[in-house]
Design a protein around this ligand. Structure first.
Ligand code: ATP
Length: 221
């Protein structure tokens, strides 16, 4: 079984996340992609705006959305069938009971225990992966799982960029590049637009937009 861990703040989940996951699942024949919202991201200066519960609920709503809805179809590659039975929400990276940050190295340790027989992958956008040397225990991270690194506008994903990470040949072999995703969307930009009342059509699943409006998320205090 080929299982991919897809961690992130998902504040909120958007089209870029879904395109990344669908493209990676197709290209690397993944049986399962675990969307795992993070409790407390150690490297982001700002904390998530929405609570863990709200971010999780928005992921669940997005993953349950059907592609029969034309607006939902805009979020996915033309061939995608939604809901996608390969996608699932995971609470593996939920807030730690003592309030400490969530380090991916600990989360991957838990993933290994949950899927002892699986071939494990981590999905990451280019921006996050190119920062890998700042993460805790990067060498161990590359030993515990293979990495699928996906292109993102403004974050070139080429060998010179990767060279900065000083990967050994064995590590480099465990990093797979997927350069076919070109989604110019970020949660930061969406939060800024949502603050002004823009529902961000085409970038958020309709069910997620409705949840945001109903719960009055991302509006000015
Ligand atoms: P923010 O703007 O709040 O930093 P984000 O849009 O980058 O959020 P995250 O939840 O932090 O979203 O991202 C989770 C993962 O998805 C990261 O590995 C990130 O690189 C990747 N990702 C997010 N958006 C895109 C995108 N448009 N294209 C490719 N990868 C993306």
């Amino acid at each position: 079984m080929r299982v991919a861990f897809f961690g992130g703040t998902f504040d909120p989940i958007h089209r870029g996340h879904l395109r990344l996951a669908a493209a990676a699942a197709d290209a690397f024949d993944l049986d399962r992609v675990l969307f795992a919202p993070v409790g407390l991201q150690p490297l982001k200066a700002e904390h998530a705006i929405a609570s863990f519960a709200d971010r999780s609920e928005m992921i669940a709503l997005a993953l349950a959305s059907g592609s029969h809805n034309s607006s939902a179809r805009e979020h996915l590659p033309p061939t995608a069938n939604f809901p996608d039975s390969r996608f699932a929400m995971s609470t593996l990276d939920a807030p730690r009971p003592n309030g400490s940050p969530n380090f991916t190295i600990d989360t991957l340790g838990a993933l290994v225990l949950e899927y002892p027989a699986a071939q494990l992958f981590v999905l990451s956008g280019a921006d996050s992966f190119l920062d890998l040397r700042r993460w805790r225990s990067p060498n161990q991270l590359l030993a515990l799982a293979e990495w699928i690194v996906v292109s993102r506008p403004e974050f070139p994903l080429t060998e010179p960029q990767l060279a900065a990470l000083a990967l050994t040949p064995t590590q480099r072999d465990r990093v797979h590049l997927l350069t076919t995703v070109h989604e110019d969307v970020s949660a930061t930009d969406l939060r800024r637009r949502l603050r002004t009342g823009d529902p961000c059509p085409g970038l958020l699943f309709p069910a997620v937009s409705t949840y945001i409006q109903t719960h009055n998320l991302y509006r000015s205090p």
